[in-house]
Ligand binder design. Structure first.
Ligand SMILES: Cc1cc2nc3c(=O)[nH]c(=O)nc-3n(C[C@H](O)[C@H](O)[C@H](O)COP(=O)(O)OP(=O)(O)OC[C@H]3O[C@@H](n4cnc5c(N)ncnc54)[C@H](O)[C@@H]3O)c2cc1C
Length: 429
């Protein structure tokens, strides 16, 4: 059998197949898991629904909205909080220091005023330059270790974009002197399906797609244009779009040059342990999601599925999901039971709920969370990307492109890949 194939049925692969249908072509998706959706799939445990980490949509692209808006949604204000060791602070934290003691605020603001003039090469430089040492040490440097699993001095700066709020002395001073909220978060409204979890937004893409679930690609002979699957099936292709993690793809390809193989072996991502908690009381969360700087707490971030949509929890109950990150650079040393207990300790310490109110406690781990932008990663990735493309394989999505893409960007990436694959036909290699 020959045709147009896609490896992976996350949003990038699904959007590619959707675009192909719009262009009058067919694409078959091969997916390792038993269900489509990838990171955007949601899961149900005993009547409670959870996503794979916090997922809210802030898509603006008309192409994405044309699909997502087919699903009824709830619109939320993008307001989050920060747990700063012993108190809650609004987000972004440096603009909301009002609750801190005066001496602490003075030291933090003095650090900002006296921030060093330096050449910005690493994320650490960027943080020191933006916020000064005192603010950087107290919040973002601590958070970086939790979320990225490496020190900020080992990260580059190209990924930052508009993800981090730059420091503005007027905003900082206002937020230190006044309890009034100044919502300067970079996105102001976020959308989430009324039912079905975040997956609801991609159901239209899944319906009508030709998906072969339970098919894990295990080898790719790009010269012969044949992919082999864990099922034993062999499939010939005319065009192929890959959305599975780039280093995994290279690991299964034939005739890989040594420099490409070496570069691919240096690419790494964070792994995500999700602890999902169901609580026999409504509204336990202080915000839709929040960040944790407290080093005693393993989780970096928490969101409330029942706040995102009441349908995610039984009536009168609420839910939380804790995100704990690790990576090959900082492997997880806690056991699942230790992670669960740490989250329950955190829940009590933050004053959200008591242990005896917990009626559901669930663990799940995801092998790929965020691509890590360690220093020089982009050059090594670009070498790999251009070689794979020269083999006639299009790349799409967060892990196919190996980039920091939100779901809407992954959608657009899949769409572009479909246009390129169909426009180019059988490729050039
Ligand atoms: C914790 C977290 C929170 C996020 N929050 C948001 C948010 O709030 N808003 C937002 O817009 N975006 C968010 N994102 C980003 C969003 O999840 C991604 O952009 C998007 O899901 C990536 O889709 P994808 O199709 O590129 O990859 P994936 O969803 O990973 O799809 C790849 C697919 O390939 C399959 N696969 C892997 N190996 C093989 C193989 N060998 N053979 C066949 N199939 C294989 C996988 O099972 C998977 O289904 C978040 C991401 C994370 C990790």
């Amino acid at each position: 059998m020959s045709g147009n194939i896609v490896l992976g049925a996350g949003i990038a692969g699904l959007a590619a197949a959707w675009r192909a249908r719009e262009l009058g072509a067919a694409m078959t998706l091969y997916e390792a898991a038993q269900t489509a959706g990838g990171l955007l799939d949601s899961f149900e445990v005993e009547g409670w629904r959870f996503d794979n980490g916090v997922h809210l949509s802030f898509a603006t692209e008309p192409e994405v909205r044309a699909v997502f808006d087919l699903t009824p949604y709830i619109e939320h204000d993008a307001v989050s909080l920060n747990w700063d060791r012993e108190r809650w602070l609004r987000h972004p934290v440096q603009n909301n220091m009002f609750p801190l003691p005066a001496a602490e605020k003075t030291a933090l603001i003095a650090g900002l005023v006296e921030r060093p003039e330096l050449e910005v090469r690493t994320y650490r430089d960027w943080l020191l330059y933006q916020y000064g040492e005192a603010i950087a040490e107290r919040w973002p440097l601590e958070y970086t270790r939790k979320y990225w699993t490496v020190d900020a001095q080992d990260l580059g700066i190209d990924w930052i974009g508009n993800r981090m709020r730059r420091a503005d002395i007027r905003e900082v001073l206002f937020g230190a002197m006044s309890p009034e909220p100044t919502n300067t978060y970079y996105i102001s409204k976020m959308r989430y399906p009324v039912r079905g979890g975040y997956r609801g937004f991609i159901e239209p893409l899944i319906e009508g797609a030709d998906i072969r679930a339970g098919h894990r690609a295990v080898s790719v002979d790009w010269r012969q244009r044949v992919v082999r699957f864990s099922t034993g099936d062999e499939v010939s292709y005319d065009t192929m779009i890959n959305t599975i993690p780039l280093p995994a793809l290279v690991g299964m390809m034939t005739d890989v040059p040594a420099d490409v193989r070496d570069a691919a072996a240096t690419l790494f991502a964070t792994r995500l342990d999700l602890i999902s908690v169901g609580i026999a009381r409504p509204d336990v969360s202080p915000s839709l999601w929040f960040y944790i700087y407290d080093p005693d707490i393993l989780a970096a971030r928490v969101y409330s599925p029942s706040w995102k949509a009441p349908a995610n929890a039984p009536e009168g109950h609420s839910s939380l999901q804790f995100e704990i990150y690790s990576s090959p650079r900082a492997p997880q040393t806690a056991t699942v039971e230790e992670m669960k207990q740490n989250c329950l300790d955190a829940m009590e310490k933050m004053g959200l709920a008591r242990r005896d109110e917990v009626v559901l406690l669930h663990h799940k781990s995801l092998p790929y969370g965020n691509v890590v932008f360690d220093t020089g990663m982009e050059a090594r990735r670009d070498l790999v990307v251009s070689w794979v493309r020269s083999c006639g394989i299009e790349l799409a999505g967060r892990f196919g492109e190996w980039a920091y893409l939100w779901s809407n960007q992954s959608f657009m990436s899949g769409r572009r890949a479909a246009e390129a694959a169909l426009g180019r036909g059988a490729g050039t290699a």
